[in-house]
Design a protein around this ligand. Structure first.
Ligand code: SF4
Length: 224
C-alpha cells in the first residue's frame, strides 16, 4: 500500500501536479483521471474492460507492477498475449493488435501540457497508440510526468531508454554509460547500434477523436 497522504506538503504538491496534468490531457480531448495507488489503477482498468473484450498491450513494467498484465491473462478477456506465441508469430500478433477493442500501455513521459511522449524501436506500440484499436488505455506513474516536451525528450534519453535497453539486454552504448549517445543532438540523434530501441518518436497532442485515449495517472512511481 502507498504511504500517500494529502496532509504532507510534498504529497499536496504532487496532487496539484496530477490535477494540472489531468486538466491539460482533457483539454487535448483525452479522457484522464488520477488515482492514488496502483491498486486503484488496477480497479479502474478492470471497470473499463468488458469481459470478452479483445485486448492487446505494449510491453510495460507499469502494467506488470499494477497487476494489469495478470488481469489480462485471467481468462476473462481475449488477450493477444505476445508472451504466449512463438517469436515467428509475433509480427502477425502485432498486426492483429490494430483490430483490438482496447490497447493497454504506459507512456515514456506525460507532459503537464497534456501530451504523451513515446519512443519505440519496433514501432508497434506507437502505431497502435496512434491508430487502430478502438480505445487506448495509458497507465503512468507520477514519475513519468514532466513539464514539457524538451523535458520528456531528456527523460527518455537520460533514464527511460537506457534503463529499458538494460532490461532488454540490448547491445547499445547507453547500456554501458547510462545515457544516450545522442544526448547533445537533435530529436532523433542517437546511436547506430543494430539493437537501438529509439527509432520512432511520437508526441500525442490534441486528439481528433475525443476520449479514444484514456489516461490513468497514478500518484506513485511506476516503471521507468
Ligand atoms: S539511441 Fe541508442 S544510445 Fe540512445 S538511448 Fe536509444 S538505444 Fe540508447
Amino acid at each position: 500500500m502507498s504511504d500517500y497522504s494529502v496532509h504532507e506538503p510534498m504529497h499536496a504538491h504532487l496532487e496539484m501536479k496530477l490535477e494540472r496534468t489531468v486538466k491539460a490531457l482533457q483539454a487535448n480531448r483525452m479522457d484522464a483521471c488520477w488515482v492514488r495507488t496502483k491498486e486503484e489503477a488496477l480497479a479502474k482498468v478492470r471497470e473499463m474492460l468488458p469481459k470478452g473484450a479483445v485486448i492487446a498491450s505494449g510491453g510495460s513494467m507499469t502494467l506488470d507492477e499494477c497487476g494489469i498484465t495478470a488481469l489480462l491473462r485471467s481468462g476473462d478477456y481475449d488477450y493477444l498475449d505476445r508472451a504466449a506465441v512463438k517469436p515467428e508469430d509475433i509480427p502477425a500478433l502485432y498486426r492483429k493488435s490494430f483490430g483490438a477493442d482496447f490497447y493497454l500501455m504506459s507512456s515514456n513521459a506525460v507532459t503537464e501540457q497534456g501530451e504523451l511522449y513515446n519512443v519505440d524501436g519496433n514501432g508497434n506500440r506507437v502505431a497502435a497508440l496512434i491508430y487502430g484499436p478502438d480505445a487506448v488505455i495509458v497507465v503512468a506513474g507520477a514519475n513519468k510526468i514532466v513539464p514539457d516536451i524538451p523535458a520528456a525528450i531528456k527523460r527518455v534519453r537520460c533514464l527511460a531508454a537506457p534503463v529499458n535497453a538494460m532490461r532488454l539486454h540490448q547491445d547499445t552504448p547507453c547500456t554501458k554509460t547510462g545515457i544516450c549517445a545522442g544526448i547533445k543532438g537533435e530529436l532523433a540523434a542517437g546511436c547506430k547500434a543494430n539493437q537501438r530501441i529509439c527509432c520512432s518518436y511520437v508526441v500525442s497532442g490534441f486528439q481528433r477523436q475525443p476520449k479514444r485515449i484514456r489516461v490513468i495517472l497514478v500518484a506513485e512511481n511506476l516503471g521507468y
